[in-house]
Design a protein. Sequence first.
Length: 235
Amino acid sequence: MNKLLFNLLALQDVDMKIRALKARLAMLPAERAANEKKLVAVSAALKARQDQLKTTEVAIRTAESEIARLNDNVQKLQVNSVLVKKNNEYQAMLTEIQHNKDKISDHETKLLELMETADAQCQQVKTEEKQSAARIQSIKDELQEFTSLEKEIKEQGRTLVAKSKDFASRVESSLLERYTRLLKDSGTPAVKLDGEICGNCRSKVTPQTRNACRSGMIPNCDNCSHMLYCDTGNE
Ligand SMILES: [Zn+2]
């Protein structure tokens, strides 16, 4: 391989590594955002469970105070019933007492159900708390890894950029100019000529281009303008 080509390919190798690092770096914000979204979702799931339990606890307190109020009513009615003289009024009071007692019974049944629900929900909250703590930790670890990775990529990038500048200074100026222009696009600037086929656009090149390439020159592809080289050139 001639020195012209050797220096160019050394530069291109470094620049492709820089390009890959930049691409990796560009992915990081989205990955980080996705993890932060997960963090919010985990916290929201836990809060939903805690809220369910709170709602049940409020219902329990409501039922308890309702039972206390009705018991109070029954007691007052019982005290008053002693003082009532008329039989029909006394019967009405007894009915009212029974009515209150029925209501108490209903509330007590409901209270038992609510307590069972609260027990189950309390268990769910504890499980959810444990699981979300583990999940939150792993997401935070991952976020921390992104930070380390970003630092590492940037450090590697700085080293490679310095290397690229050094290698570029060794490439012949007109060649470097052509290369730099092509580097702005997404493909690889210098590609191998595969027989008569351009390694970039896969078009067949003219015999002149092929011959130039084989003689060790670095011509442009007739179709896509990428730089072409042959390994067989001046080896
Ligand atoms: Zn081409």
